[in-house]
Design a protein. Structure first.
Length: 157
């Protein structure tokens, strides 16, 4: 994957405002994330740059933990938007580390609350080392991860 890959869902401005609010409240994340998510972070309030977040959920019947590092948080009032850039630090299924090929993946979630706005998820990932041999197959897994976050956030409002 060269460059950012984007997917978006259009939403009405009022719905987008609620989704932006949900994105910026860590305690609200379990209510809009699929898979019975539980979120652990250093603080309970808003995500902050430099913070680590663990997302525990059930995917395909197995417990999965995604560990994310918040790289950037942006908000604005004119037009109203919220943006969060997360870097994947690691994943585990049960207690076994998995998904090492995806370490360093960047996920940017943006909610724009205006007439042509909505929710957008963008991902940036480049396979390293031996994982380059499986790049095409792994790309579909990366896109599925991005789509899961996009679907979850779209349903937040």
């Amino acid at each position: 994957m060269d460059g950012w890959v984007h997917r978006q869902r259009p939403l009405a401005p009022e719905v987008s405002k609620r989704a932006a609010s949900a994105l910026m409240q860590l305690e609200a994340w379990p209510s809009w994330m699929a898979g019975g998510a539980v979120v652990f972070a250093e603080t309970v309030g808003r995500p902050e740059a430099g913070m680590d977040i663990d997302v525990h959920r059930i995917i395909l019947g197995a417990p999965v933990v995604e560990r994310w590092h918040v790289d950037e948080v942006r908000e604005g009032a004119s037009p109203p938007f919220a943006e969060l850039t997360l870097r994947l630090v690691g994943q585990s299924r049960g207690s076994v580390p998995v998904g090492r090929a995806f370490d360093g993946l960047l996920l940017r979630l943006t909610v724009l609350a205006e007439a042509e706005g909505g929710v957008e998820a963008a991902v940036l990932w480049k396979p390293r080392g031996v994982h380059r041999l499986l790049g095409r197959r792994l790309r579909s897994d990366v896109l599925r991860l991005m789509e899961r976050w996009l679907d979850d956030l779209s349903s937040a409002a």
